[in-house]
Ligand binder design. Structure first.
Ligand code: WTA
Length: 660
């Protein structure tokens, strides 16, 4: 970034924060923009199905659909009768159009190694690996589990599944063996694709060892494919004869060409497990034609992508939905050149991101508010001295972005010339639902603004009445192409979770507010789901892993407001008789949760208490605990069985040391 753009940033932020402050699209931005005026909203509103059919028309189909939408709540079928292949849309058609030399991924490994992969090369790898999977017995309709670091083999594995019509289930590499095992078993996956290890802040994450521990309890797995990443850096990789194969060895022996399967639009493309309000993660099902249609459209429109000139970087992990839709499927369907980065923002130093942006001339950056707030904390030294002038559009996702962070992003990173698009969506929605269009929308810092063309969002109150202004529950009033097609093998839970609370509506689980001008402001979850650094974690899941520990009698977990990570996990724990409340015990419990679920679920603080606040009917009052954790007034506690309990907890929590 040039000094002149950087200079005024810190001083000026407070000036930007007044309620009245508006951020219209930067001058000249509308020229040549993907969406350059508001007529698209009107067209889509007048005929939503026609609008989505038009978007689907920009994909390549073997056979065109005969019906755009069949809708019988809660089941939608989009582009019925149409057949297509996702890998063909992401790869073959670009190569056939003469774009084989275009870069698909600029891979940047954490240790600093780089690889540039063109569309033609990516296609060649995908075809080969598709044949590898076939050779291991994977057939159309099977499920394949993937547990990998952020290396190019990960998108290759996903696309190879799509080529042969197998559904993938990617499990984030930070998850524990137990979490991986449960997901494999729920999907009855035949093959697991992993790596020897992944790099994380200079250390090796022992993926293969975790995979082995998971597979020991996952009888459906017939083969494990292991990509080489960390080599023998942390000792030799254990390989089980007859079950485990090295990626390279299999690729060397594989046939180079693989005919794509002609898939029905409604065929299962992938499963992705996400935390809900119970301890059991939900297998979200995504389909082929509708999903690809909406991720391709939203990627193009929301980030104003010009594939011939943009360099796009979504700094998420492919293990989450953001990576599925906006590192793999959306960008590739649009023929975009993307950065794929393996590591963290602070390794080997705090210049890493700005160095990447400068070196690859990144023009579109998409990341989470937690990252932005972390950078703000690092202070004015960063990104000083880096040329960020290539940036054109900045995106935010995963959690509400506070106005301060939005404005810092706009000013310090974007130099005041890049639209900031705050994008609201969920694993279940598959694609972005609420966001500005960069050449069209005047933004307010902290607001995700409006539902995109073709999408209809409304707020309702407890009784399900529509709220025109003020706070309410966020609902979606009609089906959209990328919507989840259900929960894997659990249709009842699907209806119950999303379509039963408010008649005829999809209930997102988020609270939101509509201001006087109709701008939407997301306020966070209203259920027992926490959001830590943009990652969804279920309070119940963390509670079950705490009570799994032999010393714990009872546990209640809440997400408390946190300056950097949005929310932090605070655990209130009652130990079994005779156990001491020591800080070692607290540390032990935090480790236990990390071991059972993964490091992201590790509580920030464990507070020991002899009793938890309960209603007279015995229900734990989490709301009160949240108030305690956030230092709020407790209000009316008369429904409590023993009101003194919270006072005691409040006293204890104010004494409790926290992590860091
Ligand atoms: C939250 C991530 C405010 C929200 C794509 C939602 C957001 C949950 C935003 C889904 C945003 C996501 N503003 N909140 N722009 N984006 N959320 O499934 O609570 O990991 O319900 O999908 O994240 O998280 P998920």
């Amino acid at each position: 970034m040039s000094d002149s753009a950087h200079e005024p940033a810190h001083a000026a932020i407070s000036d930007f924060l007044s309620e009245e402050r508006r951020f219209p699209p930067p001058e000249g931005f509308a020229e040549g923009a993907v969406v350059s005026d508001r007529s698209l909203y009107e067209r889509a509103e007048a005929d939503p199905e026609g609008f989505w059919a038009e978007q689907a028309g920009s994909l390549e189909w073997f056979q065109k659909w005969h019906t755009v939408l069949e809708w019988e709540l809660p089941n939608a079928r989009w582009f019925v009768g149409g057949t297509l292949n996702v890998s063909v849309n992401c790869l073959d058609r670009h190569v056939a159009a003469g774009l084989g030399e275009r870069v698909a991924y600029y891979f940047e490994g954490e240790p600093g190694d780089t690889r540039t992969i063109s569309y033609a090369e990516l296609l060649a790898d995908v075809e080969r690996f598709a044949n590898v999977l076939k050779g291991l017995g994977v057939r159309r309709g099977d499920r394949v589990a993937i547990y990998m670091p952020m290396i190019p083999e990960l998108p290759v594995a996903m696309l190879a599944c799509t080529r042969i019509g197998a559904a993938h289930s990617v499990v984030f590499g930070g998850f524990s063996p137990d979490a991986l095992r449960d997901r494999i078993n729920d999907a009855a996956a035949k093959v697991l694709i992993t790596a020897d290890g992944g790099w994380r802040r200079g250390a090796v994450v022992a993926l293969k060892e975790n995979a082995d521990a998971a597979v020991a309890g996952a009888p459906s797995i017939e083969h494990v494919v292991v990509a080489r990443r960390t080599g023998d850096a942390d000792g030799p990789t254990p390989m089980t004869e007859g079950r485990d194969e090295w990626w390279d060895d299999l690729m060397a022996g594989a046939d180079p060409s693989c005919e794509p399967e002609q898939m029905e639009a409604e065929d299962l493309l992938y499963l992705l497990y996400t935390s809900g309000t119970t301890a059991k993660p939900k297998g979200i099902m995504h389909s082929t034609g509708g999903y690809l249609t909406q991720v391709a459209f939203t990627h193009r429109a929301v980030f104003d992508v010009h594939p011939e000139s943009d360099v796009y970087w979504c700094a998420a992990d492919i293990g989450w939905v953001t990576g599925h839709s906006y590192i793999v499927y959306g960008p590739l369907a649009n023929g975009t050149s993307s950065v794929l980065y393996e590591g963290t923002p602070d390794f080997p130093d705090k210049d890493r991101w700005w160095d990447i942006i400068e070196r690859y001339r990144v023009s579109i950056l998409y990341c989470a508010p937690t990252a932005i707030r972390t950078f703000m904390k690092w202070g004015a030294e960063y990104p000083d001295g880096h040329d960020l002038s290539s940036l054109r559009v900045l995106g935010s996702v995963g959690e509400p972005i506070n106005p301060e962070a939005w404005t810092w992003y706009w000013q310090t990173i974007g130099g005041g010339k890049c639209p900031v698009v705050d994008t609201w969506w969920q694993t279940e929605t598959g694609a972005i639902m609420i966001a500005p269009l960069p050449a069209v929308t005047t933004c307010k810092p902290g607001s995700a603004t409006f539902a995109l063309p073709g999408i209809s969002a409304e707020l309702v109150d407890d009784a399900g009445e529509v709220v025109e202004r003020g706070g309410g529950y966020l609902t979606l009033t009609r089906p959209w192409p990328a919507m989840l097609r259900g929960l894997y093998q659990d249709p009842e839970r699907y209806r119950e979770t999303y379509w039963s609370r408010f008649e005829g509506r999809y209930f997102a689980g988020d609270g939101a507010k509509l201001d006087e001008e109709g701008y939407l402001w997301l306020l966070g979850r209203v259920d027992d789901v926490m959001n830590v650094s943009g990652h969804r974690i279920s309070t119940t899941e963390v509670e079950s892993s705490l009570v799994d520990h032999p010393s714990v009698a009872e546990a209640a977990v809440v997400g408390a407001k946190d300056e950097t990570t949005g929310q932090a996990i605070i655990a209130f724990v009652t130990l079994r008789g005779g156990q001491e409340h020591t800080s070692e015990r607290g540390e032990d419990l935090r480790r236990h949760v990390a071991k059972l679920i993964g490091p992201i679920a590790r509580p920030k603080t464990v507070i020991f208490t002899d009793e938890l606040p309960k209603t007279r009917s015995g229900k734990i009052m989490r709301r009160l605990l949240k108030d305690v954790a956030e230092g709020r007034d407790l209000g009316d506690t008369t429904t409590l069985a023993d009101p003194l309990v919270v006072e005691e907890i409040r006293r204890l929590s104010s004494q409790q040391p926290t992590e860091e």
